[in-house]
Design a protein around this ligand. Sequence first.
Ligand SMILES: NC(=O)c1ccc[n+]([C@@H]2O[C@H](COP(=O)([O-])OP(=O)(O)OC[C@H]3O[C@@H](n4cnc5c(N)ncnc54)[C@H](OP(=O)(O)O)[C@@H]3O)[C@@H](O)[C@H]2O)c1
Length: 258
Amino acid sequence: MNEAESSKGCAWITGASSGLGRALARRMAADGWRVAATARRAAPLEELAREAKDLPGEVHAFPLDVTDLAAVKSTVAQIEAQLGPIAQAVLNAGGHQPMRATEFASTVFRDLIEVNLMGCVHGLEALLPGMLARRAGGIAVVASVAGYRGLPTAAAYGMTKAGLINMAEALKPELDRQGIRLQLVNPGFVRTPLTDQNSFPMPFLMEVEDAAEALYRGLRSSRFEIAFPWRFVTLMKLLRILPASLVFAVTRHLVPKR
Ligand SMILES: NC(=O)c1ccc[n+]([C@@H]2O[C@H](COP(=O)([O-])OP(=O)(O)OC[C@H]3O[C@@H](n4cnc5c(N)ncnc54)[C@H](OP(=O)(O)O)[C@@H]3O)[C@@H](O)[C@H]2O)c1
């Protein structure tokens, strides 16, 4: 993707009020994109839009809760009416709630499924009719390397991310035929408000601007999977191909002591 790509329409980034989504919105606006930034909190989105005034592109704030399908559809319609067709969507909104097996609660699962999984599914349902009609557009689904294998305290989070990975793999060949570029984003640890709550060591932790740069580079490539940082991704991919007994030999050391 390049300047020609941004001239085909605007970008839509969900979860743009903080962390990775916010940094990516700035990065894309710095490259000339008109970015529709959505999240529930209006104030940080408006601040982002103000900050972007010095950049070559633009950021426009559209407050939105991705768990509300009707709101997602009407916001997509509003974005396209105001900024033109969405040429690149990044379905990034998500949350994490660590949960011990000893504190197992369906509410944690339901909350994360609603935001991480259904939030993304709602985005796809809102985007696809327009992109199919235009036979054009790119959609990036933000999952996580935590979706490769089950990890202690991440039963609910990892389940949603594994679901996104499987869903993207299922959709990709068919969308290719329709001229729609579907990509899967699997970050390792990135310093954001989401990871600030982690009390355990986070190997190869990335700064958010570096992660946004890697993501944006991936969006401009023809790769299906955009995963970073490569050292951590390689380790996690190794876990994915090891037999379960060897995986547990590693992951049992990740169970919190208390
Ligand atoms: N940080 C990492 O190490 C890491 C690693 C792998 C994957 N990821 C994934 O990267 C994505 C971004 O995470 P982050 O680290 O940047 O976290 P973050 O700073 O906490 O950002 C999460 C974003 O999602 C938005 N959001 C949450 N619930 C929402 C809802 N119901 N409707 C609309 N927006 C909602 C939040 O905005 P509001 O609160 O304003 O709604 C916020 O803008 C997530 O999908 C996360 O799972 C992160």
